[in-house]
Design a protein around this ligand. Structure first.
Ligand SMILES: C[S@@+](CC[C@H](N)C(=O)[O-])C[C@H]1O[C@@H](n2cnc3c(N)ncnc32)[C@H](O)[C@@H]1O
Length: 273
């Protein structure tokens, strides 16, 4: 269904910076703290997060053509952002390492205790939900119940996937929780696509990037051209890449600097569609 909504007849996206970013010197002199989440921070990290902890947006790690990346903890940065049109994300599953490159990648912050992880789920969900009228994310089957009841659940069907499920077989699907309405008629509420084990782009340097085709589908169904999409758990930048490909603006937040670097590399490629 054509909704007739385009960037030209919608109000222009809000100014996402409620406060001007601090100067470099203000950022670097603010270092040496723990994030609000109590996570350990490296000396370099502490400058970014400490600025957010003092009610100021940190200097973007990357900012070009309507795409912005913040390096830091989303629990510190989300409260400082204004409204966006869509939050599309893929929060961490609290696994130590996972995905096709599980043996070679170690997470700095995971696994957390069950209680800390539940706190993380509640906190980011509450902060993200207040910024938007449409929130779409892949919680992982085991954690889907950590969140309030969604308006709908979509299914990513990956028939050839070989990860184990907890009941003695293979896990061939993932839920996608939807809060709010689709913009474009959804058609069937599932997407069939096998994950690729051998990736060619910079995203192969992240342990669990989501397939760009699946993300193109979600961006198309839940936003229109010119919208601003926020991903508080950016990883290798799949949401930002899909936004760029489809003419949306985007903001990504990522706690690990090495993943911010991957996202920047992906954004440097020509538009893929
Ligand atoms: C499941 S991965 C997202 C992968 C992404 N969808 C992609 O396609 O590359 C979750 C990401 O969230 C990041 N992360 C975890 N805790 C975070 C936090 N508190 N704030 C921001 N990023 C966080 C992790 O470092 C990881 O890269």
């Amino acid at each position: 269904m054509d909704t007739g909504m385009t960037s030209s007849n919608r109000p222009s996206p809000p100014d996402l910076r409620l406060t001007p970013p601090p100067t470099e010197s203000a950022v670097s002199s603010a270092g040496g703290e723990a994030s609000s989440a109590g996570l350990p921070l490296s000396r370099k990290d502490s400058g970014y997060c400490a600025a957010a902890g003092h009610g100021r947006l940190p200097t973007p790690y990357y900012e070009r053509d309507g795409i912005t990346i913040y390096h830091g903890d989303c629990r510190d940065i989300l409260p400082l952002l204004g409204p966006v049109d869509l939050v599309l994300t893929d929060p961490p599953y609290n696994a130590e390492n996972m995905g096709a490159h599980a043996r070679t990648y170690k997470n700095t912050f995971f696994p957390m205790s069950k209680l800390d992880y539940q706190r993380l789920c509640r906190r980011w969900y509450r902060l993200a939900h207040r910024t938007c009228s449409r929130l779409v994310f892949t919680p992982g089957i085991a954690h889907a119940w950590a969140y309030p009841q969604p308006d709908w659940v979509l299914c990513w069907h990956k028939p050839s996937a070989v990860a184990f499920n907890r009941l003695g077989g293979f896990n061939a699907w993932e839920p996608i929780l939807v809060y709010g309405k689709a913009i474009e008629r959804l058609g069937q509420d599932y997407y069939r696509l096998d994950p690729k084990n051998f990736l060619k782009g910079a995203e192969r340097e992240h342990p669990c990037p989501k397939p760009i085709e699946l993300w193109h589908w979600l961006v198309t169904k839940f936003s229109v051209e010119g919208d601003t999409i926020l991903d508080p758990f950016m990883g290798s930048g799949t949401t930002l890449r899909a936004a760029k490909d489809l003419g949306r603006r985007a903001i990504g937040i990522e706690i690990e600097e090495r993943y911010c670097e991957i996202a920047v590399k992906r954004l440097a490629q020509e538009v893929l569609l």
